[in-house]
Ligand binder design. Structure first.
Ligand code: FPP
Length: 238
């Protein structure tokens, strides 16, 4: 049995299909998706998961219809305002990866304020991936390293895995042990491509708005049964 993962990352998928199946608008699915976010944050905190990352808005999601982007931004804003006391009460630290600077000001402001206000919390880290793309993060890391080389602070030969990892958006987080994707889709969609090199992947047909504590427990149970070999053979792992 594996111990509890240190970092669980979730690709929240299926909001649109959940709404369509009920004759609703995509925004209804996102609204219920935000409720699932609240449930899962609470459950993860209670279960003692140190880091939870949620893929809330990808760099590619800017290509969605403006009305849907507006719905998602409103939900994010509401979450950041309404969860303030919850995060404080439960000792949850909020962080972000991606390019939150691209978000509209009415989201960016309260998001930055909540990030700052929860900085010292140690109960759990909740990381929201916002305007996030793994390739974009790798490109930013390459630019950072190139600047360091260009200014003589770094020798090209000194660049190894550790230096690249330390230049990614996720530099302050442990790599994800478990990546969950809901809604039956089985792909990473530009999420943590470097960091998830040895993550266990868990796919479920449950749509994100229906995801909650029980589904998280099922994913954790499956993770517990996996053998993580990191390239070694079974005998040397045992
Ligand atoms: C994927 O479903 C989901 C998203 C692109 C957005 C996720 C956003 C939320 C869960 C709500 C807001 C977030 C927070 C943190 C409050 P989809 O729309 O791609 O579903 P589909 O594949 O069925 O169309």
């Amino acid at each position: 049995m594996n111990p509890l993962p240190e970092h669980v990352a979730i690709i929240m998928d299926g909001n649109g299909r959940w709404a369509a199946a009920r004759g609703g608008r995509r925004g209804d699915g996102h609204r219920q998706g935000a409720e699932a976010v609240r449930r899962v944050v609470r459950a993860a905190r209670e279960l003692g998961i140190p880091v939870l990352t949620l893929y809330a808005f990808s760099a590619q999601n800017w290509q969605r219809p403006a009305s849907e982007i507006a719905d998602l931004m409103r939900l994010l804003h509401r979450f950041v305002i309404e969860e303030r006391s919850e995060l404080a009460a439960r000792g949850i630290r909020l962080t972000t990866i991606g390019e939150p600077a691209r978000l509209p000001a009415f989201v960016r402001g309260p998001l930055a304020a909540l990030t700052e206000a929860t900085r010292a919390n140690r109960g759990m880290t909740l990381c929201l991936a916002l305007s996030y793309g793994a390739r974009e993060s790798i490109v930013r890391a390459a630019q950072r390293l190139a600047r360091a080389v260009a200014t003589g602070r770094l020798r090209p030969e000194a660049i190894g895995e550790a230096q690249l990892a330390a230049a990614l958006d996720t530099r302050a987080l442990p790599p994800p042990d478990l990546v969950i994707r809901t809604s039956g889709e089985q792909r990473l969609s530009n999420f943590m491509l470097w960091e998830a090199a040895y993550a266990e992947l868990y796919f479920t047909d449950v749509m994100w708005p229906d995801f909650g504590r029980d589904e998280l427990l099922a994913a954790l149970a499956a993770y517990g049964r996996r053998q993580r070999r990191f390239g070694r053979i079974t005998e040397s792992v045992a």
